[in-house]
Design a protein around this ligand. Sequence first.
Ligand code: AMP
Length: 596
Amino acid sequence: MTFEELGLKSGVLKSLKTLGFETPTPIQQEAIPHLLKEESDFVGLAQTGTGKTAAFGLPLVSKVEEGRKRPQGLVICPTRELCLQISKDIQNYSKNVDVTTVAVYGGTDIVRQIKEIKRGAQIIVATPGRLVDLTKRKAIVLSEIDWVVLDEADEMLNMGFKEDIDHILDETPLERNVWLFSATMPKEVAQIAKNYMEEPLEVSIGHKNQTNENIEHIYFTVSDRDRYSAVKRLIDFNPNIYGLIFCRTRRETAAVAEKLGKEGYSAEPLHGDLSQAQRDQVMRRFRNKDIQILVATDVAARGIDVDDITHVINYNLPDEIENYTHRSGRTARAGKHGESMVLVTPKESYKIKAIEKKIRTEFTKGTIPNAKEICEIQLMKLVDKVITTPVKENDIAEFLPAVMSEFDEFSKEDIIKKFVSAEFNRFIEYYDRATDLNKKDGNSRDRGDRDDRGGRRERGNRNDENKTRFFVNLGKRDGLNPGGLLRVVCDSTGLRSNSIGRIDIMASFSFFEADNENVDRILSEVNGSDYEGHEVSIEVTKSKGGGNKRSGGGGGGSRHRGGGGGNHRGGSPRAGGGGGGKFKGKRERRAPRRRD
Ligand code: AMP
């Protein structure tokens, strides 16, 4: 069923396109056609996350008289937060029609709210107490109301608003319609239905997200600057991931997607700075599994309704806890299993408790996999790929004799080793000196602070603000050693060796640190110089310190060994391999959780 078939106003349908709502949720399918009818009361047993706001908001916007700028529809809800959320949602549905919605709630200036209502509004979203106050001040005339929506009715009654609700319903005309939404149906709620409604349509929708037992919630405690490295490890550890990474801002979303893309991962951003056409295209490619990972903001990801998503990764926790449910609910759809992973810093780890309370489900504390575990998984993926690759006998027949003769002198064991190494060495090199990214939780503020300080002290020497870290395209394999690197840098720049700091020589690339004041000189003089027949190429890494931060090598991604076997330099283990093919990720088997 489509939204077009439900009978909504064309302006409302247009807004839904912008919001990315494509198919109505079950509660919307049931409620909207009924609520659009002339006389219709309604009882919906539905929770947050089922799309209930749109279930009543869309028909309300479609029904109010645009020309009559007086309150016609009332939405009553228990809290200020919900009030703001609902009014924002309704304003979004009304972008292409002349309907104004005003939110009124306690604890803020009532005079300002009265002025807003006087300016003309067809829909008022209110908390019960403030609504009663406003009617006493004649800012809202209840006898002119046509529709009353009671949202989270059980919650309102729990909070002691029964009297206010009775008062409001008593003062509205008999012909008005009441649309009641509640997660549960205790006696008191049933009583309201009995007293104030006429033959309401009753619909009960099982909650979609809140206690979806197929979602495994896992959190990982890492330091803020290791978020990106941690995400990469999680992806590398789950090679068949078909996932969604949530970031808090558009900028962060764009930056994470860009970095992943540059490092050879099949990742694209989805955020509000993209045009509608661009967003549609990204979504099409994601649905089609041409993209393995979508990096999105909460707002942009709202409309995403893709089955098969195996993992949701929370790069940061959402500002509003409620959004966590929406995020995690993107996985484990249609009865499938999914994992929702959260990265928190030690100081943020207390927030996990709040989410657990909200979703009534416990999190598992996960461990960011170490180098060995990732390499093992990747190796098995490679072996799997080789074994399952179909052999196109006819196509390769003419080349086989020559290829076979090349391998004449090797044993079967040697050949296997060589094939595996040809592809896999990148991973081994990349994770060569990967450090443990896991941090302890900060159970109290104090402890969090201590952990953090301890961590910083440990790395203090390496994180010198006055030093810049450089990536070098040569490593041990090229015969480079610390002395050799010092010689190249000092000879070409005339600097003394004591102005060069830490040196890390890796298998096929290296890093060194130098005083900030010499950056330009080093870049211009060392680049292009010669080291035992190899051209030296250097660049400033983006992140300082941390020998594991190969991603700092960034631009090294496209470097290849001169005349050699196309060996990848720096960047990530992904770049230069694997990423080319179309991703058709089936969840064949779950990557084993870390074995201790
Ligand atoms: P609610 O239950 O109203 O809190 O809605 C839960 C979330 O689902 C919100 O983020 C809505 O924007 C989103 N949503 C509601 N209806 C749809 C729909 N038909 N398609 C996609 N997303 C929707």
